[in-house]
Design a protein around this ligand. Structure first.
Ligand code: ZN
Length: 292
């Protein structure tokens, strides 16, 4: 007989238990209610990043539920020992890890009993297998929500690890995805010369994803892909960086800096994150994305 997780009534007031698994990317809840959520990550994300994202998303989901006080008990199951180690290691302070800690803390303040525990992967455990299946489904699912903003944390850490660089470089060059980013960083060595500071806005600019209309339209969240500045140009990040009139003023200093060196506007994307990184970062971080 397959092992099963401890019975649901131990957790979450007889309603369901959480099972979190991230071999590919996915998040699943099983039990009497069987909601599940699936997420895509950028293709340079590590498994661990995906595991942590699933835990974060599960916690986020829990905190949105209206559960009576006497039933506020939940256990999240993950087969990622690495994720649990990250959460326990107070020296690790990445955005996702910190977010998870804060959310657990605030749930506990709201009289929740929260536990995150380990379950062996590929052991036939009901729930874990289900999460596995959903994760694979999510990886194939073009419509799944894209959690783009978390990707570059891993992007950076992978790039800083010498051991993985060669492999990463090879994957990076072969991949069909992430071509927008590839224009900025066609190789590891190009990336290493750049002292990029990641921010929420910079992430969007470099991945090409986010709240720009071309991306939203692609995921069925906007009626058209066109930019409000002229109503006919697709609102891609190339457009927002190079020519969108909404950000003319913010862009002017960057253009001046580029022209002063004798380059034409727009310069090669690699130059924006190379010799023009400072004015480029200032430009991107000054953009008011509420205007999109
Ligand atoms: Zn525009």
């Amino acid at each position: 007989m397959s092992p099963t997780l401890p019975s649901p009534q131990l957790h979450f007031a007889n309603l369901f238990q959480f099972v979190v698994d991230q071999e590919v990317n996915g998040l699943n809840l099983i039990g009497q209610l069987r909601p599940h959520r699936k997420f895509h990550l950028a293709d340079w994300c590590s498994n661990n990043q995906a595991e942590l994202l699933a835990i974060a998303e599960a916690l986020s989901w829990i905190s949105e539920q209206n559960i009576p006080e006497d039933a506020r008990k939940v256990t999240l199951w993950t087969d990622s020992q690495v994720s649990l180690d990250c959460l326990r290691n107070l020296k690790i302070r990445t955005q996702t890890v910190e977010w998870i800690r804060r959310t657990v803390w605030s749930l506990r303040n709201g009289n929740w009993r929260v536990a995150i525990r380990w379950v062996r992967a590929h052991d036939g455990t009901v729930g874990n297998e289900e999460a596995d299946r959903l994760a694979k489904e999510a990886a194939m699912d073009e419509e799944a929500e894209v959690s783009f903003h978390l990707a570059p944390l891993t992007f950076i850490s992978r790039m800083s690890s010498d051991a993985s660089q060669r492999e990463w470089n090879r994957e990076w060059n072969l991949s069909q995805k992430g071509r927008h980013t590839w224009n900025f960083y066609p190789s590891i060595s190009a990336r290493r010369k750049s002292e990029l500071q990641i921010s929420y806005k910079m992430t969007q600019a470099l991945t090409g994803h986010g709240r720009n209309k071309a991306s939203l339209f692609r995921f069925g969240q906007a009626e058209d892909p066109f930019c409000g500045c002229d109503g006919v140009t697709e609102q891609t990040w190339d457009h927002l960086i190079n020519g969108c009139q909404l950000f003319e003023q913010e862009r002017s200093r960057l253009i001046r800096k580029v022209m002063l060196t004798g380059e034409l506007w727009p310069p090669d994307a690699r130059m924006l994150v190379g010799r023009f990184l400072d004015p480029f970062s200032t430009f991107i971080n000054s953009m008011d994305l509420e205007l999109l």
